[in-house]
Design a protein around this ligand. Structure first.
Ligand SMILES: Nc1ncnc2c1ncn2[C@@H]1O[C@H](COP(=O)(O)OP(=O)(O)O)[C@@H](O)[C@H]1O
Ligand SMILES: [Mg+2]
Length: 347
């Protein structure tokens, strides 16, 4: 079932937690709702769930408008950060609970709970209490419970935030597998860009209640619409430097970064991703301020006309602090930002 959000706003007095949001989620897709804390992600999700009333705007599930429909009649499954399992009930009873609530016969409910438990791979834990499970297992129970009613839409609010780093990666892959297996339209709220990038079909990046960009992960990364999106995506963070354009040449201090560009003379902010630096002889010589191993790569801090920039290069080269290394900046990888922080071009 597709989801259509039209001009959706949630205001608290003069403050707009969500400001005129428009979004179309295709059937069966997983959309990551991404942004820093307080940007309006949960408020958006709660309006989709019907737990928060929209101030203005409309929400459609398929052809049906659900803006004023009660939460229990929307056909949604909800999963929160803090599992929200019933502590005194077994895993099985937790998963069955929404069905029992709906007066489904007990043996039928038990059978459906078992099928869900199998799907999320906790079918051997059905007789345990939540306290006897790891965080990752508890979150699987919460997902099984959300899916047991066969909802049309799955809404997840930072479901992995309580898990440690390794489990977080495992569980996000699990969520993606389950989502694809069931084929359920899903909105996944997170503040973690890597998480959103790794499992989403499309990502909506939000800031201060406003959707900045809605795009597939890779093209959002390569073609961010503004400085906020460019900076929010990617680790190590994109370098933002002051440059001058004069006669078609982009310079940072005395470093010539590009020639032959068609941009008005003036000073600009430029964005260069650390991985855009490539080793090339006879190019500009940068002094290496520091070297650090990150996974398989080296993270260098280079001196670019007195400014410190991050550059990633493959390890297996012997580069040490104080060296001078020749780098060029890859074609079409310098983002120039206008005075309104929007991207004006890639050079
Ligand atoms: N009931 C409320 N009354 C007033 N402000 C609220 C209320 N709920 C949320 N907010 C504000 O709305 C903004 C967005 O909140 P939220 O959607 O929870 O952000 P996120 O989930 O992205 O961290 C925040 O600034 C928050 O303080
Ligand atoms: Mg939130």
């Amino acid at each position: 079932m597709n989801i259509r959000i039209e001009n959706l706003t949630k205001a608290y007095g003069d403050f707009k937690a969500v400001d005129n949001m428009n979004l179309m989620v295709e059937d069966g897709q997983l959309v990551g709702l991404l942004g820093p804390s307080g940007c309006g992600k949960s408020t958006t999700l709660f309006m989709l769930a019907g737990l928060t009333e929209a101030t203005t705007g409309r929400i459609f599930f398929g052809d049906k408008e659900v803006t004023r429909v009660a939460p229990e009649d929307r056909g949604i499954g909800l999963v929160f950060q803090n599992y929200a399992l019933y502590p005194h009930m077994t895993v099985e009873d937790n998963i069955m609970f929404p069905l029992i609530n709906r007066k489904v016969r007990k043996d039928a409910a038990r059978q459906q709970a078992y099928e869900m438990a199998k799907l999320v791979q906790i079918d051997t834990l059905l007789k345990r209490k939540p306290s006897e499970l790891s965080g990752g297992q508890q979150q699987r129970v919460a997902i099984a419970r959300a899916l047991v009613k066969k909802p049309k839409v799955l809404l997840l609010d930072e479901p992995l935030s309580n898990l440690d780093a390794k489990l977080r990666v495992e569980t996000r892959e699990e969520i993606r597998r389950i989502q694809q297996e069931v084929g359920i339209t899903t909105i996944f709220v997170t503040h973690d860009q890597e998480e959103a990038m790794s499992i989403s079909d499309q990502i909506a990046v939000m800031k201060s209640g406003v959707v900045q960009q809605f795009d597939v992960p890779q093209s959002m990364y390569l073609n961010p619409c503004n400085r906020f999106v460019a900076t929010f995506l990617g680790t190590p963070e994109i370098n933002i430097i002051d440059v001058e354009v004069l006669g078609g040449t982009i310079k940072c201090g005395d470093v010539v970064l590009r020639t032959g560009v068609d941009v008005k003379n003036g000073t600009y902010k430029a964005g260069i991703r650390p991985e855009s630096f490539t080793h090339r002889e006879d190019d500009h010589k940068y002094k290496v301020n520091s070297v650090r191993m990150i996974g398989r790569d080296l993270l260098l801090h280079l001196d670019m006309a007195g400014r410190d920039v991050r550059a990633i290069t493959h390890s297996g080269q012997s580069i040490t602090t104080g060296d001078t290394v020749e780098f060029s900046v890859r074609e079409s990888s310098i983002l120039l930002f206008g005075s309104d922080d929007k991207v004006i071009g890639k050079f």
